[in-house]
Design a protein around this ligand. Sequence first.
Ligand SMILES: [Zn+2]
Length: 167
Amino acid sequence: MTRSCPPLDTLSALADDALTPGIREDVLAHVSACPCCSAKLEDLRALRAAFGSLPPTPLGTDLATVLLPRLIATAHTPDEMPRPPARGPVTRLAGWKDFLRAILVPSAASAAALGLGLQLGAILLAPPTPQPVAQPVMLSAMSLFGSMPPGNLCPRPDACNPTGNPQ
Ligand SMILES: [Zn+2]
């Protein structure tokens, strides 16, 4: 008896009587001792019986008449079957090129995707850069509305004080 519960597809194969004899007895021994698997197997058998009781649905068209001539037209006789290239020095090198291409291209694409992901993640996780404070800009802009325009001579020292407080 297996200790852990078999996967659902194994139970489904048991319900369909599609397991090999050794596995079948092992799963049956588990199902007889496990109420959970026993309930699942009963559900699968009930489902199988329900599907089996459905009336057969005829297809609107016969696909065999369409597909069979195509398959016959494209079928190769054993003499026409494509053969692997002979293993000479040139083809052996071409085989390595294909092998490296099959390995390097996906690896390079994966490395590029990983690098881009790390870079985007670093951008998202980086602390925000301090923005310049807008207050000096506002103060200098507001000085335009002072009593003395910028660049003029001050008639009194307290008249040109930007805070407006007399010193
Ligand atoms: Zn079980």
